[in-house]
Design a protein around this ligand. Structure first.
Ligand code: GCU
Length: 633
């Protein structure tokens, strides 16, 4: 999966040949997510987040990082609460990574000799003392480098939850907010010939005005939860590109290429050797060029769950080249139908969090991700809802490879501060970063702008703008959200002003669990008056794995199983039903679930328990999907 560049991680120290980069002016195009910690000029110089970072020469800085727990942010502020990294406020910042040289020197911290964390990895799952920790943790990695002339270097983080301040050799690179999307800093000219020290201040404290807010039904895993890479590019490089089938046209590829650097106006060749197609475009003064490639008739294997064909796409300019594996498919709706490559499909899905229940903790690498997606495939799923926030780039690439369609989502979840412009800017930036990162992934068919957000004027404006934003970023995919429903008498009505802004009638409902029960739930019916595909994005019941009783006994596997059978009956009565993502693949940790016997701070709606045990409903969902697969052959 990663072409790590001849690197060895030796006990926290990396020996690597890495080169120095020349700064250049910013490329137009996607705004970078990084708020530069330094001057505005430095901020202006941040180019867009690198597309396909794993396809580049890179050094993985993953491994054992030393860390210091800092609940009072002693390493960031002096005793007058002034930030050390602003000029004139002293030298006590932990980011200096100071080492005691003389016996009479006073330094009240040391990364050397401090404990270590496995990175990528949340801190909660790696030290019992940190299981509930919310606050600042400092993490440090050391590595050797030998920067090369004419090369540029970028320090790239897959994700840090929630706020990160990043330093290289004691100098601030910048900061970033948002726990699930990538960000980078250009470090050309800042790498030392010899040993370097990268220090990250990560703070997972929750705030009402963040995205998400203080209130979520998942564990607030903190830290560097995804890969950290040091990538090398030529001085003028391919910063971004989109290569996808044109919307509704299976005979043409459409997109763009974006060069950055002094020689950004140049000829760029885009080719797919296996299809015998090639085009040469000339990027303009801003480094950008549109791409349009006609495809040979009756030769393309279109990407689908049944045949997840990925083509090697070669992008080669005068100064840089890059390869990517891209699937070609179209996705659209027509009335109640969802059409994949022009054929009506049913989304046999399941929802899942970015959490390995066997740790428990954030998914730590390809093995964890493959386990989760394999479990989904065992139930004959062709689709997953990656709730409620962007999952890792590797997870999406695995879905491309395994042939699993994806609902991708930003954590605009429940009670957001709708009326604050900075909150909207944060949500919009996280959505932009998700779309920029995954726009070339065939598996992603739906961008979801939120989950169960309570209807109000300000919420409708906020969500409407998000829907418009995502459509300007990507015209090729569908837009979704978990809409609101309300109940009157025995009718559950899906009715939400947001429905007019999205392509799906997608909603969560918990008949039989949060209201009514197994005996009475089939007295209810749904009213979904939208001429759009209906996707039920959540339903389910908690079951303590291994607890058996009759199907009226809450928390038993039998109750959960019966609820699934009852729910299928209710949903089959909806004419436009075209997909399901029951809640949820596996039990997951939640601070909102304290029942000492049945929950113990776990949400038990999983079809798989925290020990990897498949509950009865796992098999019931599988047999339902087997039937669905026959129905949509
Ligand atoms: C909600 C929410 C989920 C939550 C689930 C539950 O609909 O979207 O994040 O975990 O219901 O209550 O289990």
């Amino acid at each position: 999966m990663r072409n790590v560049w001849k690197m060895l991680l030796l006990s926290g120290c990396l020996s690597a040949a890495v080169a120095a980069w020349a700064q250049d002016d910013q490329a137009p195009g996607q705004a970078n997510t990084v708020k530069g910690g330094g001057t505005r000029a430095e901020l202006a110089k941040q180019p867009p987040t690198l597309q396909n970072i794993y396809g580049r020469q890179h050094l993985l800085l993953d491994g054992r990082w030393n860390y210091i727990t800092d609940p009072y942010e002693t390493g960031f502020y002096n005793y007058r609460r002034q930030a050390f990294d602003q000029t004139g406020n002293g030298t006590g910042g932990f980011f200096d990574d100071r080492k005691q040289k003389d016996k009479d020197e006073l330094i009240e911290y040391s990364f050397d000799g401090s404990p270590t964390l496995a990175i990528p990895g949340d801190w909660n799952s790696q030290n019992a003392k940190l299981e509930n920790y919310e606050g600042t943790l400092w993490m440090r990695q050391q590595f050797n480098s030998a920067p090369k002339e004419g090369k540029r270097y970028f320090l790239y983080f897959g994700a840090v939850n929630y706020e990160a301040h990043v330093y290289l050799n004691g100098k601030k690179l910048g900061s970033h907010k948002g726990g699930f999307t990538p960000f980078q800093f250009e470090v050309t000219g800042r790498l030392l010939n010899g040993q370097n020290s990268v220090v990250v201040k990560a703070d997972n404290t929750r705030h009402q005005d963040d995205i998400p807010t203080v209130n979520t039904d998942w564990w607030n895993y903190g830290g560097i939860t995804r890969d950290v890479l040091l990538a090398e590019t030529p001085d003028t490089y391919i910063a971004d590109y989109q290569v996808q089938l044109a919307k509704g046209d299976m005979g043409r590829i459409e997109g763009y290429v974006q060069m950055t650097g002094a020689q950004r106006a140049q000829d760029v060749t885009i080719s797919i050797a296996e299809l015998g197609v090639k085009t040469v475009v000339r990027t303009n003064a801003e480094g950008r060029a549109a791409i349009s490639i006609a495809l040979p008739k009756n030769k393309v294997r279109y990407w689908s769950p049944e045949d997840p064909k990925l083509y090697n796409v070669a992008i080669a300019g005068a100064t840089d080249k890059l390869n990517d594996r891209i699937g070609l498919r179209t996705i659209e709706t027509r009335g109640h139908d969802i059409l994949l490559n022009g054929k009506s499909i049913f989304l046999r899905g399941i929802s899942l969090h970015d959490e390995n229940p066997l740790i428990p903790g954030r998914l730590r690498g390809e093995g964890d991700m493959r386990m989760m997606l394999q479990w989904a495939k065992e139930m004959n799923c062709n689709y997953v809802r990656l709730a409620h926030y962007p999952h890792s780039e590797e997870m999406i690439k695995l879905a491309d490879e395994m042939g699993i369609l994806v609902w991708a989502e930003v954590p605009v979840y429940w009670t957001i501060s709708w009326e604050k412009p900075e909150v909207y800017a944060n949500a919009s930036q996280q959505l932009t970063d998700l779309v920029v990162r995954d726009k070339n992934r065939a598996s992603v068919i739906i961008w979801s702008i939120g989950n169960e957000t309570p209807v109000s004027g300000p919420r409708n404006v906020f969500m409407g703008k998000l829907a418009d934003t995502v459509r300007t970023l990507d015209k090729t995919r569908l837009v979704g959200a978990a809409l609101e429903v309300h109940r009157s008498g025995s009718v559950i009505t899906v009715e939400d002003p947001l429905a007019d802004k999205i392509d799906l009638a997608s909603f969560n409902q918990y008949a039989g669990w949060y209201w009514t029960n197994n005996r009475e739930m089939n007295n209810y019916s749904f009213k979904v008056d939208y001429n759009k595909p209906v996707i039920v994005t959540e339903f389910g019941a908690d079951a303590l794995g291994g607890f058996h009783a009759d199907s009226d006994t809450r928390w038993s596997e039998e109750y959960q199983d019966q609820l699934y059978k009852n729910t299928f009956k209710m949903l089959e009565a909806i004419p436009g039903l075209r997909g399901l993502t029951p809640w949820v693949l596996a039990d997951f940790r939640s601070p909102r679930r304290p029942h000492p016997v049945y929950q113990d701070y776990w949400n038990r709606k999983g079809l798989i328990s925290e020990t990897g045990k498949k509950k009865q409903a796992f098999y019931t969902l599988k047999s339902y999907y087997d039937q669905k697969q026959q129905q949509y052959k």
